[in-house]
Design a protein. Structure first.
Length: 167
């Protein structure tokens, strides 16, 4: 088996007058996240983990924040594009494990909807292949002070025999 692991990380500050999207789901929260796209830190971390495992660089190279076509784009659309790249390379996602770090909102009530959204964007990946966990820092750091949200993701891909990353 040709297995590859990728790690992704993203962080964004809170911003007024923007909706909050996490894991492709609009979250009921008074503030959204600042960013060129919808600033969905969870999806951005997943994208970087998938691209890293496939040897395809990172989200900034593929979807630069200087590109007007990506202004306010939903990150689910970007994830679908990454999924298409993986399918074209005959790369199969084995699993994705994620952590969202924030004091608020609580992630637990949204986990299943987030999994459904991610699975839909990832060519029907089974929900059991994705883990989403919410964590707090108990008041420490920028997340603990309520200044923003960060997310981490690890992805395991199986590449077709004879295919090397970024071939």
């Amino acid at each position: 088996m040709n297995l590859r692991v990728g790690i992704g990380y993203d962080a964004h500050a809170f911003a007024d007058d923007r909706p909050l999207y996490l894991g492709g789901v609009r979250i009921d929260h008074p503030r959204g996240l600042a960013g060129h796209s919808d600033a969905d830190v969870l999806i951005h971390a997943v994208i970087d983990a998938l691209l890293g495992a496939a040897g395809l660089g990172n989200i900034g190279r593929l979807f630069p924040d200087t590109g007007p076509e990506f202004k306010n784009i939903r990150s689910l659309e970007l994830l679908k594009k990454v999924s298409d790249l993986l399918v074209a390379r005959d790369a199969r996602i084995v699993n994705i494990d994620t952590v969202v770090v924030c004091e608020a909102p609580r992630i637990g009530p949204y986990e299943e909807r987030m999994k459904e959204a991610l699975c839909g964007a990832l060519a029907g990946l089974p929900a059991g292949s994705i883990s989403i966990k919410g964590k707090t820092t108990e008041g420490m750091g920028f997340e603990g002070r309520g200044e923003g949200i960060s997310a981490q993701a690890v992805a395991l891909l199986q590449l077709a025999e004879g295919v090397s990353p970024a071939e």
